[in-house]
Design a protein around this ligand. Sequence first.
Ligand code: HEC
Ligand code: HEC
Length: 206
Amino acid sequence: MMKTTLAIVLAALLTPALVGISHAAGNVKAGKTKAAICVGCHGLGGNSTNPLYPKLAGQNATYLVTQLRAFKNGKRKNPMMAGFATQLKLGDMKDIAAYYANQKPTISGARNTKILSVGQKLYRGGNAKTGVSACMSCHGPSGKGIPPLFPRVSGQFAAYTESQMLAFRSGSRKDPKDIMSRIAKRMSRSEIKAVSEFIAGLDTAK
Ligand code: HEC
Ligand code: HEC
């Protein structure tokens, strides 16, 4: 009798924890194996070295899963990623996301130093005249984001950040709550360029 009660209590205590590891949070080791086909573009450990492909290392897992689902169901349009995402089940996405979230990101570094101060001002203070909110308020002072709501942006290639801001602005990329579209629509092309350059040099370790 005692034994059965104990077993039931133990099962009740352990089950959610085990489910948490294998489903809710994703499995880092399994994710590494499943991410082997992603290396060609997103680099080893998600640290892409080609500005055509975004870095995924250190990105928050919930955001990664949301994006993979959006590529799969067509809400985020990219023919290349649609092909890969379609082959993934939700469990695969969670494992891969857990793996990338667990990797240490490298920093791209800013190149165009002339526009850095403009970018820094926008990132930290926004633009009161045009109603652009400070990026920092959601993406954090060092750009590491606020999981699970706001993605990491720091150290990303300027070209990728710029392309996404332009996509939010034109409406070709839609975010679920329309936050980024509203912000990007108020920004000029040169402001977008400047803030993207600043973000490329942001180091979350500092
Ligand atoms: C042939 C190249 C290629 C391969 C292979 C590839 N990707 Fe991508 N991936 C891209 C491109 C290009 C983008 C940017 C899409 C855009 O501009 O919206 C992207 C974007 C992403 C994003 C969104 C990142 C962000 O910051 O919003 C995620 C997540 C992602 N890929 C995951 C994966 C995973 C997981 C795999 C492997 C199963 C994979 N990719 C394989 C090219 C690739
Ligand atoms: C009120 C909160 C908020 C503010 C302020 C904000 N963002 Fe975002 N940002 C978000 C959210 C939420 C997402 C995720 C959108 C999605 O799920 O597609 C996002 C996504 C992004 C992405 C896409 C990241 C990727 O990997 O594809 C970029 C780039 C970005 N933001 C840049 C900026 C910049 C630059 C600013 C300042 C000019 C800014 N954000 C201000 C909430 C915010």
